[in-house]
Design a protein around this ligand. Structure first.
Ligand SMILES: CC(C)(COP(=O)(O)OP(=O)(O)OC[C@H]1O[C@@H](n2cnc3c(N)ncnc32)[C@H](O)[C@@H]1OP(=O)(O)O)[C@@H](O)C(=O)NCCC(=O)NCCS
Length: 140
């Protein structure tokens, strides 16, 4: 999956748009350097996780799951019912990881227009060379 690994991150301008809306959640280390972040947006009346990334130097310390919990907190404050995302079905730290954290796979007929549109766009840009899936977790 070199094409995915080599994919450019979002630009600072794009990230600033999430920040300005209060939809960029960031973990910083002791030097105030960002080591993990999660980007959110409203989609289909839910909170959609657009991106979740943890720097390998800080992997497997619970930062990813904490950021998802913080995203859920945001969604609760906004009165939104579900946390949604799209991810790779077979990559161990993607769908299986989210499943362990309480996310469930959505069948085709359960997709709202926004999520369906994202999966269609992902297919258009070739991401579906590896199976993609939409998932959701109820905001508790
Ligand atoms: C997926 C990701 C956000 C997880 O973040 P994290 O802070 O390391 O995850 P947590 O500490 O919350 O959970 C750790 C669990 O994630 C899974 N996991 C993390 N890295 C893994 C790896 N390299 N291989 C297999 N499982 C992995 C395991 O279940 C692990 O539990 P374990 O350590 O008990 O085996 C992080 O690996 C990442 O940024 N990956 C690259 C970007 C990406 O795939 N983002 C998600 C796209 S939708």
């Amino acid at each position: 999956m070199a094409a995915i690994a080599d994919d450019e991150p979002l630009t600072v301008t794009e990230l600033a748009l999430f920040q300005a809306r209060g939809c960029a959640l960031v973990f910083a280390d002791r030097m105030d350097e960002p080591v993990a972040y999660l980007l959110l947006e409203r989609l289909d009346g839910n909170a959609h996780v657009e991106q979740l990334s943890v720097h390998p130097s800080h992997a497997r310390q619970g930062l990813g799951s904490s950021l998802l919990d913080a995203a859920e907190e945001w969604a609760r404050a906004e009165g939104l019912e579900w946390l949604t995302l799209t991810t790779f079905r077979e990559v161990p730290w993607n769908a299986p990881y989210y499943r362990r954290l309480g996310f469930q796979e959505l069948a085709g007929h359960e997709l709202d227009d926004g999520l369906r549109g994202i999966l269609e766009w992902e297919a258009m840009v070739g991401l579906d060379r590896w199976p993609r899936v939409a998932m959701r977790r109820r905001v508790g």
